[in-house]
Design a protein around this ligand. Structure first.
Ligand code: ADP
Length: 228
């Protein structure tokens, strides 16, 4: 089984005294859905930001898709991120005056691609084929988050990272988003790392780890079958 992420002794300090991560060792297999649970302030987002090349560790090794990213310069990180990582956040960051289709096509633009059919297909894949030309204000919160998922996946990232993607959604919309991610994981074998404090989200993934005070406190062995 190939590991898409290999982390050893990862540390992040924001200043001399504030350790956000205190030595994380972690492997994530290709095709796996890993859920990272932990209370607020435990270091979940910091870890996800390292994985997503949005920030750099203070110490330790971080390999994503076989490439050591810990020593990369900001510009290299940005290129690497664009090629390999899809990001979904709690705040949806959709452009309010663009339609769902245009929001997804904007992500293609950063890859110098403009493929309306592929963007439509991505939205159909997340169940929004009938909402292509709606602006975000005419979509529910769950539908807006599904636009974000389509946008994150449009350039076929090897790794999909989601930071509290249902944090702003009611239960029905949250289940809807998780069902959508499950479908992508099951049918396309998408590797997913989900960060959340919502314990019930763990049921959707293959494996769950728990972080407290910048350390992994509970890390069961990987599930036998990661691509069901
Ligand atoms: P979580 O996602 O689990 O809520 P975070 O990764 O956001 O936790 O934060 C972990 C720790 O790092 C917290 O103590 C937080 O205050 C601190 N922290 C996070 N981001 C910054 C930052 N940009 N500057 C300084 N401290 C930060």
């Amino acid at each position: 089984m190939t590991n898409i992420v290999e982390i050893a002794g990862l540390e992040k300090r924001y200043d001399e005294r504030t350790y956000a991560l205190r030595g994380i060792d972690l492997r994530i297999a290709e095709g796996e859905w890993l859920t990272i649970l932990g209370p607020s302030g435990s270091g979940k987002s910091t870890l996800l930001n390292m994985l997503g090349c949005l920030d750099r560790p203070t110490a330790g090794s971080l390999q994503v898709c076989g490439v050591e990213t810990s020593g990369m310069k900001q510009r290299e990180l940005a290129v690497f991120r664009r090629e390999n990582v899809g990001l979904v956040f709690q705040q949806q960051h959709v452009i309010p005056y663009l339609t769902a289709l245009e929001n997804v096509m904007l992500a293609q633009y950063y890859h110098s691609v403009a493929d309306k059919d592929a963007a439509s297909a991505a939205l159909e894949h997340v169940g929004l084929g009938h909402r292509l030309h709606h602006v975000p204000g005419k979509l529910s919160g769950g539908e807006q988050q599904r636009v974000c998922i389509a946008r994150a996946l449009i350039n076929q990232p090897k790794l999909l990272l989601a930071d509290e993607p249902t944090g702003n959604l009611d239960r029905a919309n949250a289940c809807n988003v998780y069902d959508m991610l499950s479908k992508l994981h099951r049918e396309a074998g998408q590797t997913i790392v989900l960060v959340t404090h919502d314990e019930s989200a763990a049921e959707y993934g293959d494996r769950t780890i728990r972080i407290e005070d910048g350390r992994v406190v509970e890390s069961p062995h990987p599930a036998c079958s990661v691509a069901s």
